[in-house]
Design a protein around this ligand. Structure first.
Ligand code: SAM
Length: 231
C-alpha cells in the first residue's frame, strides 16, 4: 500500500462487537455493510482537518464570529424549547437574507402553517408509538427542517418525548439546507439522519447523523427493525 501512496482501513465484526456485544455475527456484519454503504470519503477521514480547512479560509478577524453565532443559535433554540417548543430559526434568517435558491424551489413553509400541518397529521393516540415505542418520519425535501420542528412540537404538546420516541430521515439536494437542518435537529436533540441527496433519483452524497441518533443506537435499531419487518 505504502508504495502506491494509499492507505486502507479495515473494519471487522469485532469492531461492531466492541459497541454491541449482544448482536449475532450476521447482525454485526449487516451493520458493517451499512457502514460501508453510508461511508463518506470526503468527510469521513477527519472532521478536525475539514474544520481547519474551512475556518482558515476566513480572515483572522472574522473567525470569532463563528463561535459567537453558534452561541446565539444555541441560546435562541434553548429559548424556543422553553417557550413555544421547537421552532425553525435558521430558515427564517435564510429567507430574510435572500440566500434561498428559487431554482431549487426554496420557498420554506412559515412556522405557523407548518405547525398547523403537524397538528393535523400527528394523532395524539398514535398507534405506531403505542406498538413500537417510536414513530419514524421521512422529510424528502427538508429545507431547514421546519416541518420536523413542527412535528416535534406536536409530539411535545401531546405529551411525547421527541428525543427518544421519534426517528427522522431528512433529505435535501442543497448542502446549505442539510447543514441548517442538521444543526437545528442536533441541538434540539432529535434522533435524525440528514441526507445530502436527491429524493427523486435516490442519489446520496453524504449523511449527517445527529448526536442523539448515535447515542440512542439508531444505526443498529433501524437495521434490526428492518430485519423484523422483512421476516
Ligand atoms: C419548497 S422547499 C420546502 C422545504 C421544507 N419542506 C419546508 O416546508 O419549508 C423545497 C426544498 O426541497 C429541496 N429540493 C428540491 N428538489 C429536491 C430533490 N430532488 N431532492 C431533495 N431535495 C430537493 C430544495 O433545496 C428545498 O430546500
Amino acid at each position: 500500500m505504502s508504495k502506491s501512496q494509499k492507505i486502507q482501513i479495515t473494519w471487522s465484526v469485532d469492531d461492531v462487537y466492541s459497541f454491541r456485544p449482544d448482536l449475532t455475527e450476521e447482525q454485526a456484519f449487516e451493520v458493517l455493510q451499512n457502514v460501508k454503504d453510508s461511508h463518506d470519503a470526503d468527510i469521513g477521514v477527519c472532521w478536525e482537518a475539514r474544520y481547519l480547512e474551512l475556518i482558515n479560509s476566513y480572515e483572522k478577524k472574522q473567525q470569532p464570529f463563528f463561535p459567537e453565532m453558534l452561541a446565539l443559535l444555541v441560546a435562541g433554540l434553548d429559548e424556543k424549547v422553553h417557550t413555544t417548543g421547537p421552532e425553525d430559526i435558521l430558515g427564517a434568517i435564510y429567507h430574510d437574507m435572500e440566500f434561498h435558491n428559487v431554482y431549487k424551489g426554496q420557498y420554506f413553509t412559515p412556522q405557523h402553517v407548518s405547525d398547523m400541518m403537524a397538528k393535523i397529521s400527528f394523532r395524539e393516540d398514535d398507534q405506531t408509538i403505542k406498538e413500537n415505542g417510536y414513530i419514524s418520519v421521512c422529510e424528502p425535501t427538508c429545507g431547514s427542517g421546519v416541518m420536523i420542528t413542527s412535528f416535534c412540537k406536536a409530539m411535545k404538546d401531546a405529551g411525547y418525548n421527541y428525543c427518544n420516541q421519534l426517528v427522522v430521515t431528512a433529505i435535501d439536494i442543497d448542502i446549505k439546507c442539510v447543514h441548517m437542518a442538521y444543526l437545528q435537529l442536533s441541538l434540539y436533540g432529535v434522533p435524525a439522519v440528514v441526507i445530502h441527496g436527491n429524493s427523486l433519483t435516490l442519489e446520496s452524497w453524504s449523511r449527517w447523523y445527529t448526536p442523539v441518533y448515535m447515542l440512542n443506537g439508531w444505526v443498529y435499531l433501524k437495521i434490526l427493525a428492518r430485519k423484523s419487518l422483512n421476516k
